[in-house]
Design a protein around this ligand. Structure first.
Ligand SMILES: [Zn+2]
Length: 453
Protein backbone atom coordinates (compact mmCIF):
# COMPACT_ATOMS: atom_id res chain seq x y z
CA UNK A 1 0.00 0.00 0.00
CA UNK A 2 1.34 3.41 -0.88
CA UNK A 3 0.55 6.39 1.29
CA UNK A 4 1.66 9.90 0.68
CA UNK A 5 2.13 12.38 3.42
CA UNK A 6 2.05 16.15 3.36
CA UNK A 7 -0.43 18.88 2.60
CA UNK A 8 -0.90 17.93 -1.06
CA UNK A 9 -1.80 14.36 -0.16
CA UNK A 10 -4.19 15.53 2.54
CA UNK A 11 -5.88 17.85 0.05
CA UNK A 12 -6.24 15.03 -2.51
CA UNK A 13 -7.50 12.68 0.17
CA UNK A 14 -10.11 15.17 1.37
CA UNK A 15 -11.30 15.91 -2.17
CA UNK A 16 -11.38 12.21 -2.94
CA UNK A 17 -13.31 11.46 0.21
CA UNK A 18 -15.95 13.96 -0.88
CA UNK A 19 -15.95 12.59 -4.43
CA UNK A 20 -16.01 8.93 -3.38
CA UNK A 21 -19.12 9.45 -1.35
CA UNK A 22 -21.38 10.43 -4.21
CA UNK A 23 -22.21 8.86 -7.51
CA UNK A 24 -22.94 11.35 -10.27
CA UNK A 25 -26.64 11.15 -11.02
CA UNK A 26 -27.48 11.20 -14.69
CA UNK A 27 -30.99 10.30 -15.72
CA UNK A 28 -30.95 7.22 -17.97
CA UNK A 29 -32.18 8.05 -21.43
CA UNK A 30 -33.08 4.75 -23.03
CA UNK A 31 -33.32 5.07 -26.81
CA UNK A 32 -36.66 4.06 -28.28
CA UNK A 33 -36.98 0.67 -30.02
CA UNK A 34 -37.29 2.64 -33.28
CA UNK A 35 -34.04 4.50 -32.63
CA UNK A 36 -32.25 1.23 -31.83
CA UNK A 37 -33.60 -0.42 -34.97
CA UNK A 38 -32.55 2.55 -37.11
CA UNK A 39 -28.97 2.27 -35.78
CA UNK A 40 -28.55 -1.40 -36.68
CA UNK A 41 -27.00 -2.66 -39.92
CA UNK A 42 -28.22 -6.20 -40.60
CA UNK A 43 -25.95 -8.02 -43.03
CA UNK A 44 -23.00 -5.63 -42.58
CA UNK A 45 -19.51 -7.11 -42.57
CA UNK A 46 -17.43 -6.97 -39.38
CA UNK A 47 -13.75 -6.22 -38.88
CA UNK A 48 -12.47 -6.76 -35.34
CA UNK A 49 -8.92 -5.52 -34.79
CA UNK A 50 -7.08 -6.29 -31.57
CA UNK A 51 -3.85 -4.32 -31.12
CA UNK A 52 -2.25 -6.29 -28.31
CA UNK A 53 -0.82 -4.37 -25.31
CA UNK A 54 -2.08 -0.93 -26.34
CA UNK A 55 -2.62 1.46 -23.45
CA UNK A 56 -5.47 3.86 -24.09
CA UNK A 57 -3.58 6.81 -22.62
CA UNK A 58 -0.82 6.53 -25.25
CA UNK A 59 -3.20 7.57 -28.04
CA UNK A 60 -3.94 11.14 -29.08
CA UNK A 61 -7.67 10.40 -29.08
CA UNK A 62 -7.32 9.54 -25.39
CA UNK A 63 -5.36 12.66 -24.54
CA UNK A 64 -1.72 11.72 -25.19
CA UNK A 65 0.24 14.77 -26.34
CA UNK A 66 2.74 12.85 -28.53
CA UNK A 67 1.78 12.11 -32.16
CA UNK A 68 1.66 8.32 -31.74
CA UNK A 69 -1.69 7.63 -33.36
CA UNK A 70 -2.97 9.81 -36.23
CA UNK A 71 -4.77 6.90 -37.91
CA UNK A 72 -6.46 5.65 -34.74
CA UNK A 73 -7.35 9.24 -33.80
CA UNK A 74 -8.97 9.69 -37.21
CA UNK A 75 -10.97 6.48 -36.74
CA UNK A 76 -12.01 7.62 -33.27
CA UNK A 77 -13.29 10.91 -34.69
CA UNK A 78 -15.34 9.02 -37.31
CA UNK A 79 -16.84 6.57 -34.83
CA UNK A 80 -17.78 6.00 -31.23
CA UNK A 81 -14.91 6.21 -28.79
CA UNK A 82 -15.34 4.63 -25.37
CA UNK A 83 -13.37 6.82 -22.99
CA UNK A 84 -13.49 4.33 -20.12
CA UNK A 85 -13.00 0.84 -21.48
CA UNK A 86 -11.44 -1.70 -19.12
CA UNK A 87 -9.94 -5.11 -19.93
CA UNK A 88 -11.11 -8.06 -17.85
CA UNK A 89 -7.55 -9.27 -17.31
CA UNK A 90 -4.04 -7.88 -17.70
CA UNK A 91 -2.79 -10.44 -20.20
CA UNK A 92 -3.57 -11.80 -23.61
CA UNK A 93 -5.18 -15.20 -23.17
CA UNK A 94 -7.99 -14.59 -20.64
CA UNK A 95 -8.75 -11.17 -22.15
CA UNK A 96 -9.12 -12.51 -25.69
CA UNK A 97 -11.29 -15.42 -24.51
CA UNK A 98 -13.52 -12.80 -22.87
CA UNK A 99 -13.53 -10.76 -26.10
CA UNK A 100 -14.63 -13.78 -28.15
CA UNK A 101 -17.15 -15.27 -25.69
CA UNK A 102 -18.55 -12.34 -23.72
CA UNK A 103 -17.78 -14.24 -20.49
CA UNK A 104 -15.69 -12.94 -17.59
CA UNK A 105 -12.48 -14.86 -16.80
CA UNK A 106 -14.03 -16.40 -13.70
CA UNK A 107 -16.75 -17.93 -15.91
CA UNK A 108 -14.74 -19.09 -18.94
CA UNK A 109 -12.04 -20.32 -16.57
CA UNK A 110 -9.01 -19.75 -18.84
CA UNK A 111 -6.30 -18.66 -16.41
CA UNK A 112 -2.97 -19.96 -17.66
CA UNK A 113 -1.19 -20.83 -20.91
CA UNK A 114 -2.13 -24.49 -20.84
CA UNK A 115 -5.86 -23.86 -21.00
CA UNK A 116 -8.37 -23.01 -23.71
CA UNK A 117 -12.12 -22.40 -23.67
CA UNK A 118 -14.29 -25.54 -23.58
CA UNK A 119 -15.45 -26.79 -26.96
CA UNK A 120 -19.16 -26.18 -26.33
CA UNK A 121 -18.81 -22.49 -25.54
CA UNK A 122 -20.14 -20.32 -28.39
CA UNK A 123 -17.51 -17.98 -29.80
CA UNK A 124 -18.18 -14.95 -31.97
CA UNK A 125 -16.91 -16.53 -35.20
CA UNK A 126 -19.15 -19.55 -34.68
CA UNK A 127 -22.23 -17.39 -34.15
CA UNK A 128 -21.46 -15.31 -37.25
CA UNK A 129 -20.56 -18.38 -39.32
CA UNK A 130 -23.94 -19.91 -38.50
CA UNK A 131 -25.57 -16.64 -39.56
CA UNK A 132 -24.04 -17.03 -43.03
CA UNK A 133 -20.88 -14.96 -42.63
CA UNK A 134 -17.57 -15.80 -44.25
CA UNK A 135 -15.12 -16.01 -41.35
CA UNK A 136 -11.42 -15.16 -41.71
CA UNK A 137 -8.68 -14.38 -39.22
CA UNK A 138 -5.10 -13.19 -39.58
CA UNK A 139 -3.42 -13.15 -36.19
CA UNK A 140 0.08 -12.97 -34.81
CA UNK A 141 0.19 -16.46 -33.28
CA UNK A 142 1.46 -17.35 -29.80
CA UNK A 143 -1.48 -17.08 -27.36
CA UNK A 144 -3.86 -16.33 -30.24
CA UNK A 145 -3.05 -19.61 -31.93
CA UNK A 146 -5.66 -22.09 -33.06
CA UNK A 147 -4.15 -24.38 -30.42
CA UNK A 148 -5.73 -22.12 -27.80
CA UNK A 149 -9.18 -22.52 -29.32
CA UNK A 150 -9.42 -19.23 -31.19
CA UNK A 151 -9.76 -20.84 -34.63
CA UNK A 152 -13.18 -22.25 -33.77
CA UNK A 153 -15.78 -21.06 -36.23
CA UNK A 154 -13.24 -19.61 -38.70
CA UNK A 155 -13.08 -21.10 -42.18
CA UNK A 156 -9.56 -19.65 -42.44
CA UNK A 157 -7.40 -18.97 -39.38
CA UNK A 158 -3.89 -17.79 -40.27
CA UNK A 159 -1.92 -17.82 -37.01
CA UNK A 160 1.74 -17.94 -37.91
CA UNK A 161 4.07 -15.38 -36.37
CA UNK A 162 4.07 -12.20 -38.52
CA UNK A 163 3.98 -8.42 -38.28
CA UNK A 164 0.99 -6.14 -38.81
CA UNK A 165 2.07 -5.19 -42.33
CA UNK A 166 2.04 -8.86 -43.42
CA UNK A 167 -1.21 -9.45 -41.53
CA UNK A 168 -2.98 -6.59 -43.29
CA UNK A 169 -1.55 -7.57 -46.69
CA UNK A 170 -2.98 -11.07 -46.21
CA UNK A 171 -6.29 -9.52 -45.18
CA UNK A 172 -6.38 -7.34 -48.32
CA UNK A 173 -5.69 -10.32 -50.56
CA UNK A 174 -8.34 -12.40 -48.79
CA UNK A 175 -10.99 -9.66 -48.97
CA UNK A 176 -10.24 -9.09 -52.66
CA UNK A 177 -10.88 -12.77 -53.32
CA UNK A 178 -14.22 -12.88 -51.47
CA UNK A 179 -17.41 -12.75 -53.48
CA UNK A 180 -19.24 -9.48 -52.75
CA UNK A 181 -22.66 -10.95 -52.00
CA UNK A 182 -21.92 -12.51 -48.61
CA UNK A 183 -20.87 -10.52 -45.53
CA UNK A 184 -17.66 -11.45 -43.76
CA UNK A 185 -16.21 -11.42 -40.28
CA UNK A 186 -12.52 -10.55 -40.33
CA UNK A 187 -10.55 -10.86 -37.09
CA UNK A 188 -7.13 -9.20 -37.04
CA UNK A 189 -4.56 -9.23 -34.25
CA UNK A 190 -1.01 -7.97 -33.86
CA UNK A 191 1.81 -8.06 -31.30
CA UNK A 192 3.64 -5.16 -33.01
CA UNK A 193 3.16 -2.92 -29.95
CA UNK A 194 3.99 -5.70 -27.43
CA UNK A 195 7.46 -6.20 -25.91
CA UNK A 196 10.18 -6.43 -27.33
CA UNK A 197 10.06 -2.66 -27.64
CA UNK A 198 11.97 -2.66 -30.85
CA UNK A 199 10.37 -0.37 -33.42
CA UNK A 200 11.50 -0.35 -37.06
CA UNK A 201 14.63 1.83 -37.51
CA UNK A 202 12.72 4.83 -38.90
CA UNK A 203 10.59 4.91 -35.72
CA UNK A 204 13.28 4.07 -33.17
CA UNK A 205 14.48 7.66 -32.75
CA UNK A 206 11.12 9.30 -33.22
CA UNK A 207 10.13 9.55 -29.55
CA UNK A 208 13.49 8.98 -27.89
CA UNK A 209 14.26 11.36 -25.04
CA UNK A 210 17.03 9.43 -23.29
CA UNK A 211 20.74 9.32 -24.04
CA UNK A 212 22.30 6.14 -25.52
CA UNK A 213 23.55 4.99 -22.10
CA UNK A 214 19.95 4.32 -21.07
CA UNK A 215 19.53 1.94 -24.00
CA UNK A 216 18.23 -1.43 -22.86
CA UNK A 217 17.79 -4.44 -25.11
CA UNK A 218 14.42 -6.11 -24.50
CA UNK A 219 14.51 -8.98 -27.01
CA UNK A 220 14.56 -12.22 -25.03
CA UNK A 221 13.70 -10.47 -21.79
CA UNK A 222 9.97 -9.74 -22.15
CA UNK A 223 7.92 -10.92 -19.21
CA UNK A 224 10.90 -12.57 -17.53
CA UNK A 225 10.89 -12.44 -13.77
CA UNK A 226 14.48 -11.24 -13.67
CA UNK A 227 13.68 -8.47 -16.15
CA UNK A 228 10.68 -7.34 -14.13
CA UNK A 229 12.69 -7.50 -10.93
CA UNK A 230 15.75 -5.79 -12.43
CA UNK A 231 16.68 -2.57 -10.75
CA UNK A 232 15.84 -0.47 -13.80
CA UNK A 233 16.61 3.20 -13.53
CA UNK A 234 13.88 5.72 -14.28
CA UNK A 235 15.90 6.64 -17.36
CA UNK A 236 15.89 3.07 -18.64
CA UNK A 237 12.16 2.75 -18.02
CA UNK A 238 11.68 6.00 -19.91
CA UNK A 239 13.81 4.65 -22.74
CA UNK A 240 11.57 1.57 -22.97
CA UNK A 241 8.47 3.71 -22.80
CA UNK A 242 9.76 5.88 -25.69
CA UNK A 243 10.42 2.73 -27.72
CA UNK A 244 6.89 1.55 -26.93
CA UNK A 245 5.59 4.84 -28.35
CA UNK A 246 7.64 4.16 -31.48
CA UNK A 247 6.01 0.73 -31.78
CA UNK A 248 2.58 2.35 -31.53
CA UNK A 249 3.32 4.93 -34.24
CA UNK A 250 4.73 2.27 -36.56
CA UNK A 251 1.62 0.11 -36.13
CA UNK A 252 -0.61 3.16 -36.52
CA UNK A 253 1.00 4.17 -39.83
CA UNK A 254 0.53 0.62 -41.14
CA UNK A 255 -3.08 0.62 -39.99
CA UNK A 256 -3.59 4.01 -41.69
CA UNK A 257 -2.69 2.48 -45.07
CA UNK A 258 -5.21 -0.31 -44.51
CA UNK A 259 -7.94 2.19 -43.57
CA UNK A 260 -7.24 4.18 -46.76
CA UNK A 261 -7.54 0.96 -48.76
CA UNK A 262 -10.89 0.23 -47.07
CA UNK A 263 -12.03 3.79 -47.77
CA UNK A 264 -11.18 3.46 -51.47
CA UNK A 265 -13.59 0.52 -51.55
CA UNK A 266 -16.21 2.47 -49.55
CA UNK A 267 -16.08 -0.44 -47.14
CA UNK A 268 -17.36 1.57 -44.17
CA UNK A 269 -20.74 1.97 -45.84
CA UNK A 270 -21.37 -1.71 -45.12
CA UNK A 271 -18.87 -2.62 -42.41
CA UNK A 272 -18.77 -2.53 -38.63
CA UNK A 273 -15.22 -1.89 -37.40
CA UNK A 274 -14.18 -2.50 -33.81
CA UNK A 275 -10.68 -1.56 -32.67
CA UNK A 276 -9.67 -2.71 -29.21
CA UNK A 277 -6.76 -3.89 -27.09
CA UNK A 278 -6.58 -6.75 -24.61
CA UNK A 279 -4.69 -4.91 -21.81
CA UNK A 280 -2.29 -2.05 -21.25
CA UNK A 281 1.38 -1.96 -20.27
CA UNK A 282 3.43 -0.84 -17.25
CA UNK A 283 6.59 1.23 -17.17
CA UNK A 284 7.50 1.16 -13.47
CA UNK A 285 4.41 3.10 -12.37
CA UNK A 286 3.96 0.46 -9.68
CA UNK A 287 7.38 -1.15 -9.72
CA UNK A 288 7.17 -3.50 -12.71
CA UNK A 289 7.56 -3.52 -16.50
CA UNK A 290 5.22 -5.23 -18.95
CA UNK A 291 1.87 -6.75 -17.98
CA UNK A 292 0.40 -9.82 -16.27
CA UNK A 293 1.95 -8.47 -13.06
CA UNK A 294 -0.94 -6.66 -11.38
CA UNK A 295 -4.29 -4.93 -12.00
CA UNK A 296 -3.34 -1.27 -11.73
CA UNK A 297 -5.06 0.99 -14.21
CA UNK A 298 -2.10 1.20 -16.64
CA UNK A 299 -2.60 -2.55 -17.22
CA UNK A 300 -6.36 -2.34 -17.67
CA UNK A 301 -7.40 0.82 -19.53
CA UNK A 302 -7.70 0.04 -23.24
CA UNK A 303 -8.95 1.83 -26.33
CA UNK A 304 -12.34 0.80 -27.71
CA UNK A 305 -13.49 2.41 -30.95
CA UNK A 306 -16.56 1.35 -32.94
CA UNK A 307 -17.54 2.47 -36.42
CA UNK A 308 -20.82 1.32 -37.94
CA UNK A 309 -22.68 2.51 -41.03
CA UNK A 310 -25.53 4.13 -39.10
CA UNK A 311 -23.71 5.33 -35.99
CA UNK A 312 -22.81 8.97 -35.58
CA UNK A 313 -19.50 9.98 -33.97
CA UNK A 314 -19.65 10.22 -30.20
CA UNK A 315 -17.55 9.87 -27.08
CA UNK A 316 -19.11 7.52 -24.52
CA UNK A 317 -18.14 8.18 -20.91
CA UNK A 318 -19.94 5.24 -19.35
CA UNK A 319 -17.85 2.14 -18.74
CA UNK A 320 -17.34 -0.72 -21.17
CA UNK A 321 -15.50 -4.04 -21.12
CA UNK A 322 -14.24 -6.56 -23.64
CA UNK A 323 -17.17 -8.80 -22.64
CA UNK A 324 -19.45 -6.20 -24.24
CA UNK A 325 -17.93 -6.53 -27.71
CA UNK A 326 -19.67 -9.77 -28.73
CA UNK A 327 -23.20 -8.70 -27.65
CA UNK A 328 -22.61 -5.25 -29.20
CA UNK A 329 -21.48 -6.59 -32.57
CA UNK A 330 -24.41 -9.03 -32.71
CA UNK A 331 -26.86 -6.29 -31.71
CA UNK A 332 -25.51 -3.99 -34.45
CA UNK A 333 -26.15 -6.81 -36.95
CA UNK A 334 -29.58 -7.55 -35.44
CA UNK A 335 -28.53 -11.11 -34.64
CA UNK A 336 -29.41 -12.94 -31.42
CA UNK A 337 -26.54 -13.32 -28.96
CA UNK A 338 -25.85 -16.35 -26.76
CA UNK A 339 -25.88 -15.69 -23.00
CA UNK A 340 -22.95 -13.48 -22.03
CA UNK A 341 -21.84 -11.44 -19.02
CA UNK A 342 -21.43 -8.34 -21.16
CA UNK A 343 -24.14 -6.17 -22.62
CA UNK A 344 -24.86 -4.46 -25.90
CA UNK A 345 -23.32 -0.99 -25.98
CA UNK A 346 -25.72 0.15 -28.68
CA UNK A 347 -27.90 2.21 -26.29
CA UNK A 348 -24.74 3.92 -24.96
CA UNK A 349 -23.61 4.58 -28.53
CA UNK A 350 -26.92 6.38 -29.07
CA UNK A 351 -26.44 8.58 -26.01
CA UNK A 352 -28.01 6.58 -23.17
CA UNK A 353 -26.18 6.91 -19.89
CA UNK A 354 -26.24 4.76 -16.75
CA UNK A 355 -27.89 6.07 -13.60
CA UNK A 356 -24.84 4.95 -11.62
CA UNK A 357 -21.29 4.06 -12.72
CA UNK A 358 -21.22 0.49 -13.96
CA UNK A 359 -18.82 -1.84 -12.07
CA UNK A 360 -16.25 -3.36 -14.46
CA UNK A 361 -14.42 -6.37 -12.99
CA UNK A 362 -10.95 -7.69 -13.88
CA UNK A 363 -9.04 -10.73 -12.66
CA UNK A 364 -5.50 -12.05 -12.70
CA UNK A 365 -4.24 -15.39 -11.43
CA UNK A 366 -0.59 -15.29 -10.36
CA UNK A 367 1.59 -17.83 -8.57
CA UNK A 368 0.91 -15.86 -5.39
CA UNK A 369 -2.86 -16.05 -5.78
CA UNK A 370 -5.73 -14.28 -7.48
CA UNK A 371 -6.09 -10.51 -7.79
CA UNK A 372 -9.48 -8.97 -8.47
CA UNK A 373 -10.30 -5.42 -9.39
CA UNK A 374 -13.35 -3.34 -10.09
CA UNK A 375 -13.54 0.04 -11.82
CA UNK A 376 -16.74 2.01 -11.26
CA UNK A 377 -16.65 5.51 -12.71
CA UNK A 378 -13.61 7.18 -11.17
CA UNK A 379 -13.19 4.62 -8.42
CA UNK A 380 -10.85 1.64 -8.74
CA UNK A 381 -10.61 -1.04 -6.09
CA UNK A 382 -8.04 -3.87 -6.15
CA UNK A 383 -8.42 -6.93 -3.93
CA UNK A 384 -5.70 -9.46 -3.20
CA UNK A 385 -7.87 -12.51 -2.52
CA UNK A 386 -5.03 -14.35 -0.75
CA UNK A 387 -4.26 -11.70 1.84
CA UNK A 388 -7.55 -9.81 1.80
CA UNK A 389 -5.60 -6.55 1.21
CA UNK A 390 -7.58 -3.87 -0.58
CA UNK A 391 -6.38 -0.76 -2.41
CA UNK A 392 -8.71 2.01 -3.54
CA UNK A 393 -7.91 4.86 -5.92
CA UNK A 394 -9.74 7.86 -7.27
CA UNK A 395 -8.85 8.00 -10.96
CA UNK A 396 -10.24 11.48 -11.48
CA UNK A 397 -7.98 13.04 -8.85
CA UNK A 398 -5.11 10.58 -8.93
CA UNK A 399 -4.79 9.13 -12.46
CA UNK A 400 -1.45 7.48 -11.59
CA UNK A 401 -2.94 5.59 -8.61
CA UNK A 402 -0.36 6.74 -6.10
CA UNK A 403 -2.60 7.47 -3.13
CA UNK A 404 -4.38 4.46 -1.67
CA UNK A 405 -7.62 5.67 -0.10
CA UNK A 406 -8.90 2.37 1.24
CA UNK A 407 -8.06 3.43 4.81
CA UNK A 408 -10.14 6.56 4.39
CA UNK A 409 -13.17 5.62 2.36
CA UNK A 410 -14.63 2.64 4.21
CA UNK A 411 -18.11 3.09 2.72
CA UNK A 412 -16.83 3.14 -0.83
CA UNK A 413 -14.61 0.15 -0.14
CA UNK A 414 -17.51 -1.95 1.12
CA UNK A 415 -19.75 -0.85 -1.74
CA UNK A 416 -17.18 -1.73 -4.40
CA UNK A 417 -16.32 -5.09 -2.83
CA UNK A 418 -20.01 -5.96 -2.89
CA UNK A 419 -20.34 -4.77 -6.51
CA UNK A 420 -17.32 -6.88 -7.49
CA UNK A 421 -18.81 -9.95 -5.89
CA UNK A 422 -22.15 -9.37 -7.62
CA UNK A 423 -20.51 -9.01 -11.05
CA UNK A 424 -18.47 -12.19 -10.61
CA UNK A 425 -21.40 -14.05 -9.13
CA UNK A 426 -23.34 -14.70 -12.31
CA UNK A 427 -21.29 -17.57 -13.66
CA UNK A 428 -22.42 -19.35 -16.72
CA UNK A 429 -20.89 -22.63 -15.58
CA UNK A 430 -18.20 -23.81 -17.95
CA UNK A 431 -14.82 -25.33 -17.30
CA UNK A 432 -11.71 -24.44 -19.29
CA UNK A 433 -10.21 -27.25 -21.30
CA UNK A 434 -6.63 -28.34 -20.61
CA UNK A 435 -4.38 -28.07 -23.66
CA UNK A 436 -1.87 -30.60 -22.32
CA UNK A 437 1.73 -29.93 -23.37
CA UNK A 438 2.52 -26.99 -25.66
CA UNK A 439 4.01 -27.72 -29.10
CA UNK A 440 7.70 -26.76 -29.40
CA UNK A 441 7.22 -23.96 -31.97
CA UNK A 442 4.46 -22.42 -29.88
CA UNK A 443 6.60 -22.62 -26.74
CA UNK A 444 9.30 -20.72 -28.60
CA UNK A 445 6.86 -17.96 -29.62
CA UNK A 446 5.48 -17.75 -26.09
CA UNK A 447 8.99 -17.53 -24.66
CA UNK A 448 9.89 -14.63 -26.98
CA UNK A 449 6.83 -12.73 -25.77
CA UNK A 450 7.47 -13.61 -22.14
CA UNK A 451 4.51 -15.91 -21.46
CA UNK A 452 6.58 -18.95 -20.52
CA UNK A 453 9.96 -18.92 -18.78
ZN1 LIG B 1 -1.91 -9.24 -24.85
Amino acid sequence: MRRRTGAAARAIAFAAWLALGCSPEAPPQAPSPEALAAARSPGASVILLSIDTLRADRLGAYGYPRPTSPALDALASRGVRFARAVAESSWTLPSHVTLMTGLLPTAHGVRHVRQRPPAGLPMLAQVLGRAGYRTLAFVDGALLSGFHGFARGFERYEDRDKNLRETLELARQALDALPAERPYFLFLHTYDVHCPYDPPPEYALRFRTRPPEDHLETAGRCGKTDFNAMALTRGQARFLSDQYDGNIRAADDTLGEFVRWLDERNAFERTVLVVVSDHGEEFLEHGTIGHKNNLYIESLRVPLIVLAPKLRPRVVESGAGLADVMPTVLDLLDLPAPPTQGRSLLPAMLGASDDAPRPLPSQLWRAEGELRSVVAGDRHLILDTRTGDVELYHLGLDAGERLDLSWLARGSRGELLAALERRLEQPIPVRAESTGGLPADLTQQLRALGYVE
